[in-house]
Design a protein around this ligand. Structure first.
Ligand SMILES: C[S@@+](CC[C@H](N)C(=O)[O-])C[C@H]1O[C@@H](n2cnc3c(N)ncnc32)[C@H](O)[C@@H]1O
Length: 207
């Protein structure tokens, strides 16, 4: 979903809104350099585990109801999706305590990240900005993107659709605000396909 090259995977990476997913665990295991931020990291592994178990049936039933909004190719149905997601969360949970200790998981929220200017070469943000366009207003999106561009030389965001699978109502105004602040932006089509119509990522270059 981010068209990551081998070169990208060698960079100092920030994952924003990474939640209980396993990108950090996997990249760290293969020798990468990544820090994840998410407000959920204020909780212990036991608290996160029990929250996952609590919301899992509800999320799966929502996926069943909205199954037509997704392309069932590499994952063939909702049951398989459940297994894939649970395996990723288990991988996250088994890495979480050591990652907290190493400072790879940091509890923080946009629009305020506890990092120095340009501390990272590349920031990735998946399934948070733009997807939750009804929950976060335009100003929060602009401030969030500017903060990511302060912390990283390049920022990639995917998807650019909101939860109703329509293009985010904030996208064009966010791009305009970033360009006005001297941040170059572009849209790039990526290979990943799951949410119908989610074909592009936004790239923002702070420097
Ligand atoms: C749908 S999850 C996406 C998790 C992961 N990126 C993925 O694609 O599987 C959205 C994540 O955004 C996090 N989040 C919510 N508000 C945030 C904020 N203000 N700053 C950063 N992350 C936030 C949530 O805690 C949650 O883990």
């Amino acid at each position: 979903m981010f068209a990551l090259s081998e070169d990208d995977l060698q960079k100092r990476l920030l994952g924003c809104g990474d939640g209980p997913a396993c990108f950090n665990a996997q990249l760290t295991q293969r020798g990468g350099n990544v820090i994840s931020v998410d407000p959920v990291y204020q909780f212990s592994s036991e608290q996160i585990r029990s929250r996952i178990e609590e919301v899992y049936p509800q999320i799966m039933s929502q996926m069943e109801q909205n199954a037509d909004s997704y392309i069932w190719e590499s994952i063939k149905d909702v049951a398989e999706l459940g297994k894939v997601r649970m395996a990723a969360m288990q991988r996250f949970l088994s890495d979480y305590d050591s990652g907290l200790e190493a400072g790879r998981y940091i509890s923080a929220s946009l629009p305020n990240l506890p990092f120095q200017d340009q501390q990272f070469e590349l920031a990735l943000c998946s399934h948070f900005l733009f997807l939750y366009s009804e929950h976060f207003d335009l100003e929060q999106h602009i401030q969030g993107m500017k903060e990511l561009c302060r912390a990283a030389a390049e920022v990639r965001v995917y998807p650019l659709l909101s939860l109703d699978s329509k293009p985010s109502k904030h996208l064009s105004a966010v791009i305009e605000a970033l360009e006005a602040a001297g941040i170059r932006t572009s849209l790039q089509t990526v290979d990943y396909r799951f949410q119908r119509g989610a074909t592009d990522m936004l790239i923002a270059h702070a420097v």
